[in-house]
Design a protein around this ligand. Structure first.
Ligand SMILES: *Cc1c(COP(=O)(O)O)cnc(C)c1O
Length: 423
């Protein structure tokens, strides 16, 4: 039976049998025992499925990954040690030296560095385009060696909403997949696969885990993309010599997800610890309750800021007069996320005074957890970018990223008010 997403958050995938633990157990074991070498050999050859080493697969991690895949509507999921690893793997699984990726410029600062500096060193080229690019502009950025298009549903920290269907349409026209980082929206507010995304990734460190306790990531394969339609993806359609010639696309719909585990996780090993996966799952069990509350509180905070004469601008796509309101309504009809960005009148200095005066809201690098927190990206997460790059990714020097938590909204607003009065 197909249950609702709220039920899957709480009880999805893990269904204990008689006498088994009610809660997903933490299988804190590197390895798994077998009666014969022959049997273990078959596991190594992917001829049989089963656990043998936790760098490849672990039952706790697999339950949690499968739950997230279910929430997103995909066929398989794989947890990673961090969101950064998920971003890297999602692209590296289908691109290598000599290949090219088209990415929205409105992406997380860490992803921008990964793409623009580190992955360029591996020989993968990137073209960054506006998240509001027209179909013609997206088309113009695609080259014969382009292997994927990448963007964020609602970007961190610039809060730009991506027109997922337009990006998916142009990607598919060119026989390449769309990879979406859905960290800020979560599957509760947006399910990118329903709008044409082929791969969905998350930093589970944020809303999914929700309590700022563990770093983690996940990659979900929709199973929808046909990798055999052209010769752009030899890594999936031609024999993998490191697995005795297995052809991933011969194994069925989950070719991309299988290669992620069998090849990238085997060789690169950015696994999530079972203990962390357990904590992530505790967060998932309340994701459907937290997200609407985050959105409700963020909207109240944005409405308050909008009226304040100490604030120069407010960005929150849930406000009816926001430029992106219509796009946000299309992709996130019940709200976007808990993050609001704004500029404090008086620029950088005023922003710093404001932030230092907050009592309830803490200054932290983190974003998107149960506790209200804030950050000045230009002097922290984005400090390595030039002013031009800052502008390109939609981060002005006066931007304060305010991550509204699930406390009482009146208390959050009272804190903002007293801090603004200190300017
Ligand atoms: C934080 C973040 C990442 C990186 O995730 P880590 O878990 O910090 O490695 C990637 N994408 C987005 C949108 C993020 O907010």
């Amino acid at each position: 039976m197909n249950r609702h997403i709220e039920t899957d958050c709480v009880q999805g995938v893990y269904e204990p049998q008689n006498g088994e633990p009610r809660v997903i157990p933490i299988v804190q074991s590197t390895t798994f025992k077998y009666e014969s070498s022959v049997e273990m050999g078959e596991l190594f050859d992917l001829k049989k499925s089963g656990y043998f080493y936790s760098r490849l697969q672990n039952p706790t991690c697999d339950y949690v990954a499968a739950k997230i895949a279910k929430l997103e509507g995909g066929v398989s999921g794989m947890l990673t040690g961090s969101g950064q690893a998920a971003s890297f793997y999602s692209v590296f699984n289908i691109a290598g030296a000599g290949d090219h990726i088209v990415s929205s410029s409105a992406i997380y600062g860490g992803t921008f560095n990964l793409f623009n500096v580190t992955m360029r060193k591996l020989g993968i080229d990137f073209t960054f385009i506006s998240p509001h690019a027209s179909k013609e502009e997206i088309r113009a950025a695609i080259q014969p060696n382009t292997k994927a298009v990448f963007g964020e549903t609602i970007s961190n920290p610039s809060l730009d909403v991506l027109d997922i269907e337009a990006f998916a349409a142009v990607a598919h026209e060119n026989g390449i997949p769309l990879i979406i980082d859905n960290t800020f929206a979560t599957p509760i507010m947006c399910r990118p696969i329903e709008h044409g995304a082929d791969i969905v990734i998350h930093s589970t460190t944020k809303y999914m885990e929700g309590h700022a306790s563990t770093i983690g990531g996940v990659i979900v394969d929709s199973g929808n993309f046909d990798w055999t339609q052209n010769d752009k993806f030899p890594g999936l359609t031609e024999p993998d010599d490191s697995y005795h010639g297995i052809v991933y696309t011969d194994t069925g719909k989950g070719a991309y997800g299988l290669k992620l585990v069998a090849q990238l996780q085997r060789d690169l090993g950015s696994v999530q610890a079972p203990q962390n996966a357990f904590l992530l799952n505790l967060g998932l069990e309340t994701l459907h309750l937290r997200m609407p509350r985050h959105c409700e509180n963020a909207k109240k905070v944005a409405e308050y800021l909008k009226k304040s004469d100490k604030i120069s601008w407010v960005k929150c796509a849930m406000l009816e007069d926001d430029e992106q309101y219509a796009l946000a309504k299309k992709y996130m009809p019940n709200g976007t996320c808990g993050v609001v960005s704004f500029g404090v009148k008086g620029g950088r200095d005023a922003a710093v005074t404001f932030m230092d005066s907050l009592q309830l809201a803490a200054i932290v690098t983190h974003v998107a957890d149960a506790r209200t927190c804030c950050l000045h990206p230009a002097s922290t997460t984005h400090r390595q970018l030039t002013d031009k790059q800052l502008e390109e990714c939609g981060v002005s020097p006066d931007l304060v990223r305010f991550s509204v938590g699930i406390e009482n909204a009146e208390d959050i607003i009272a804190d903002i008010e007293q801090a603004l009065n200190k300017i």
